[in-house]
Design a protein around this ligand. Structure first.
Ligand SMILES: CC(C)(COP(=O)(O)OP(=O)(O)OC[C@H]1O[C@@H](n2cnc3c(N)ncnc32)[C@H](O)[C@@H]1OP(=O)(O)O)[C@@H](O)C(=O)NCCC(=O)NCCS
Length: 167
């Protein structure tokens, strides 16, 4: 049974993961397949969601994934995950993806960013409430405002599509 906590800060659940990309993950062009990058970002966001919510959480939606530059075979891929916003049982988690060649200590390259919505679930798979989010820094507060904009757009889009379908 997970502990009931009123609020947690973004730094409580923030995480960084790293891996070395392999030839088996490459696409026909010889770069790392976008789906592989997405999977790593999803796993990173999943750890953040489970830490913040203190139990299991599932991916409900991927709001945005921007691929800025290719990831190459042999690159060290680092992902940085942070919770941006929470609702009742849903959470928005931002993931920044950076790479560095395995054989050079050059600057990290920002190759992509993604925003995931995770929902905390109970043992029966139903949504369960999560702790509130207590932003600590100006960056945390900016990320929270930006996440609210993405949520408002997502809901507006859904309402608009439903209205069209209902004629
Ligand atoms: C995510 C899931 C638990 C939501 O269940 P549900 O019965 O729709 O839950 P509710 O309607 O009570 O909504 C619960 C929360 O999820 C949010 N939510 C549900 N579907 C969502 C979607 N597509 N996008 C964003 N948020 C969503 C709701 O806004 C609500 O947020 P809030 O509690 O913060 O207000 C359910 O749809 C599910 O299990 N999906 C499959 C998840 C999965 O297997 N992921 C792995 C992908 S392979």
């Amino acid at each position: 049974m997970s502990e009931i906590v009123a609020a947690r800060t973004p730094s409580y659940s923030r995480i960084e993961l790293a891996t070395v990309s392999s030839r088996a993950q490459a696409n026909l062009l010889g770069n790392i397949h976008g789906g592989e990058v997405l999977k790593l970002a999803d796993s990173t966001a999943g750890v953040v969601a489970q830490r913040h919510s203190g139990g299991p959480a599932v991916t409900a939606a991927l709001d945005e994934m921007a691929f800025l530059e290719p990831v190459r075979v042999g690159d060290i891929v680092r992902t940085f995950g942070q919770i941006n916003w929470v609702g009742t049982s849903s959470m928005e988690i931002g993931v920044r993806i950076e790479t560095q060649p395995w054989d050079a200590t050059t600057e990290l390259r920002h190759v992509g960013s993604a925003y995931f919505v995770f929902v905390a679930i109970d043992g029966a798979g139903a949504a369960r409430p999560v702790p509130a989010l207590e932003p600590e820094t100006d960056d945390d507060r900016r990320r929270m405002r930006e996440a609210e904009i993405r949520r408002a757009h997502r809901l507006a889009k859904r309402r608009e599509i439903e209205a069209v379908r209902l004629g």
